[in-house]
Design a protein around this ligand. Sequence first.
Ligand SMILES: *[C@@H]1O[C@H](CO)[C@@H](O)[C@H](O)[C@H]1NC(C)=O
Ligand SMILES: *[C@@H]1O[C@H](CO)[C@@H](O)[C@H](O)[C@H]1NC(C)=O
Ligand SMILES: *[C@@H]1O[C@H](CO)[C@@H](O)[C@H](O)[C@H]1NC(C)=O
Ligand SMILES: *[C@@H]1O[C@H](CO)[C@@H](O)[C@H](O)[C@H]1NC(C)=O
Ligand SMILES: *[C@@H]1O[C@H](CO)[C@@H](O)[C@H](O)[C@H]1NC(C)=O
Length: 951
Amino acid sequence: MPLRGICSCSFGILYFILNLNSFICPTAGYVLKDCRVTRNTQAICQNHLKTFPNDIPARVTSLDLSGNLISKLNKTDLENVPNLLHLDLRRNLISEIKSGTFVCQISLEALLLNSNRLGKLQEGMFDGLVNLTELSLTSNKIQTVAPAAFKSLTKLKLLDLSHNKLRHLTNILQHTPHLQTLYITANKITHFHSWELSNKSTELISLDLSLNQLMVFRLTADIFPNLTRLDLEDHGNKNHIVWEVNDTSYLSGVSKLDISGVCSSLHGLQEVLETFNSSLMYLRLNNMNDNLEVLINISCKIPSLTSLKVSNNNIKVIRSDMLHLCTNLKELDLGMNKITDISDNSFQSLRQLNILVMKLNRLTSVPYAVRKTGILKLDLSFNNISVLGCDDFANMTRLRILHLSNNHLSVLKNCVFRDVVNLKHLELQNSSITKLNGAFKNNMPNLQVLYLFNNQLTDLGHGEFKALNSLQNLSLQGNKLKTLQKGAFNGLSNLTYLTLESNAITQITNSVFRDLKALKTLNLMSNHIKYTSEKPIPYPPFAELSQLETLLISAQHRRLKSALPQNFLQGLTNLSVLNIRGNELTSLHPHTFNYTPNLNVLYLSANDFRDLPDNLFSPIKKLKGLYISRTNLRSLDFLLHANLTELTFLQVRKNAFSVIREPAMLSLPALVYLDMQGNSFTCNCDNAWFLQWVITNKQTQVSDAYNFECNYPPNLKGRKLLDIDVRSCTVDMEFICYISTACAVIMTIAVSFTHHFLQWHLVYAYYLMLAFLYNSTHKNKRAHQYDAFVSYNANDEGWVLGELLPKLEDEQGWRLCLHHRDFQPGKPIMENITDAIYGSRKTICVVSRDYLESEWCSREIQVASFRLFDEQKDVLILVFLEDIPMQQLSPYYRMRRLLKRQTYLSWSRADAHPDLFWEKLRQALETREHPMGEHLRLTVEDGPPGERPDQ
Ligand SMILES: *[C@@H]1O[C@H](CO)[C@@H](O)[C@H](O)[C@H]1NC(C)=O
Ligand SMILES: *[C@@H]1O[C@H](CO)[C@@H](O)[C@H](O)[C@H]1NC(C)=O
Ligand SMILES: *[C@@H]1O[C@H](CO)[C@@H](O)[C@H](O)[C@H]1NC(C)=O
Ligand SMILES: *[C@@H]1O[C@H](CO)[C@@H](O)[C@H](O)[C@H]1NC(C)=O
Ligand SMILES: *[C@@H]1O[C@H](CO)[C@@H](O)[C@H](O)[C@H]1NC(C)=O
């Protein structure tokens, strides 16, 4: 034992010397104060920061500081991050950017400063941003742009100044010759004068001047040769716009135009539209209060126009001649009107029409007019359609996409989709459907996506989706399904994605899913599935789903104290992602994951495991991400046996462990991200290794480590773990190690010399010291629980149990303490002995030769005799079972001295008068604590065993 101590201590010294460097200057590790790094080069900081963080590693190229409280950017703030490509500072309180802040950001490509408090764009503010291509300044309070503010931004392509307070456009394009997109939505630019922006040709492709209450649009030079998109949308403007474009060819490249809500006379608008006569393809005419029909006719005369949006125009009826000039339209959006009626021939002349959008109107049935079109996509969502007739989609064989969601369909008919044989995508969600009535049992061989979520379905019939053998995605979430009938999904042999989330399913069986051979994702979250035992079940539900990659079965209701059958996952040989969080599971059978060798990501959070079986994870060696937050885990030691050599992400938030041991962490060689937020830690040397590791390790980022709090010891409660000084802890340990090594070496030498002579004295000294330590901590705290502690050797047990115990406990009524009966299991033996001796008024030593040779008994004598010295009380009663000559007692030096002073009785001489022996013992037990010496009268009466003690 001492030898091992010496060895490990010597290694300790060696280690200490080798590691001296790391103690003296701790190298910058991976842990950041307020940020976390993801994918090695992206940093995200969302921690109510008031200043720019200064510990971002230089390798970071993307920095997200959005949503903090930063109010100012200083010149030195970005010095440590010279490689940024993308900087997001949205939603802060920045009102000032010091000149030169970005001088080193020569790589930065995108800078987002939306939703801050900038009022002026000053000279020098953006200096250095020579590679910037995107600058976003939406929602500030910008009123002016200084002449040289954008001096460095020669590569800028996109500038967003929307929602500010600009009154004119000077100084914006001077230094940004390559700007392609300019957003100035919602400023105060009432007069657009092209010479403010530029006098020579620009590279602008898209210009957004919407919501500026524009009164004047003056274009005096051909500065927009590349412009394809112009947005002039407005509303609430009472002033007619003055439109002056010197030459109609100036805007001849514009193909997308939005003049929604622009206020002008009909003639004025006609003039505007004619400016774009040759090139316009997409036109938005939303919010045109009057003259809509005339405007539509004017627009539709533009031969190039293919897409027209007339939303939000209060249209109630579509008459047959309303669109008759729009023969070239491919896309028509009539959404957000109040359409109730559509004349049967309304769309007849729209022979090119592919897309017809009529969502958010007041239609009560599918308009007959749509049947006469050859459209590919029809959107009738958000109407009041309550019945779908068998002929509603008659002859619409070209239809590919149909949106019928958010109506009030309640029941379907089985004939309703019979003609739409080429339909690929059908949306029927949020439509109060209670019954499918075989609508999908017939001809829909091409349907790939079917949304039926948030309806009122309670049941699925056998073969309900039988005709859908191309279906890949079926969404049934948010219905009221209770049981899944056998064969409900028959025929869905190509289905890859199925969600049944948020239903009321209580049971799943393998006969339900049997046909879904191609299924890759199955979502059963938030149902009522419950098992109560870990025993194997006869038909594991997913036995046939060998292609399944993702299984989500979290948050089952009525889940209190549930269990997972050990073969629940049987058959899922390709499963990669499993989520069983939030199920109040109290344990997992060690065989649970035997069936899923390809598991990559596992969510086990929000259960009540406390401990996990050691070998639970050993079958899933490919695990890369593990989430076990809020599971009351008491330690991370289960990782030791898991052999998770590929685990890169571990989340163990809000658990019950407080000490992280080295072997557990070192058993995860690939770990790069560790999330332990919400745990509290023991802040003493137990965590010294962990603390050091958090700070210095170069591979694993410990998220939010600077906020880890201590909960123990009590005086450090609430302090931050990383503020605890580990160095002192480590150095002290090394120093103690050094000293004790030295001592141990000397002691070993000394011991080997004195072994023969002083062996017992050393042992005694040791126990005396222990007793002394015990005594100094327990003084004054003891009440006597027993009358006597009986110390004896196992070989004398017969006498103790057969003679002593019945006599003293049963006849005389003493309360004795016997080690086999009264010692607390688990407590160190020395502590038990000291507690027993100090918890008893007296100690009876049953002395025999065996006793004297027994180690434990010697300890007992030592402690008891120490108490004798310490308390000046007569506590020892020696009962000799056999005659032991004094010379044989001589090695037991202390025993001899005790004999001279203490009560001793001899059983071997009591043969003749056993009653006298018991009476003497009774008297000895009865004596209260007299000061030493007063009892001598008692001791001599019976005479010592063997020779007289005083010889
Ligand atoms: C600037 O961008 C170009 C291309 O986008 C790139 O090749 C160049 O390396 C960048 N310059 C710096 C300093 O990052
Ligand atoms: C364009 O020319 C006008 C008149 O010559 C001048 O006032 C204006 O400042 C010029 N604009 C630019 C951007 O240089
Ligand atoms: C479908 O088209 C055929 C042939 O063009 C026509 O005879 C039939 O009436 C149409 N059906 C409906 C319901 O419009
Ligand atoms: C099933 O899907 C595969 C690949 O997506 C496709 O090749 C096959 O034709 C589909 N089967 C049916 C019946 O549509
Ligand atoms: C852990 O995995 C490695 C490699 O997969 C293997 O060599 C080693 O024996 C495993 N250890 C245990 C304890 O299973």
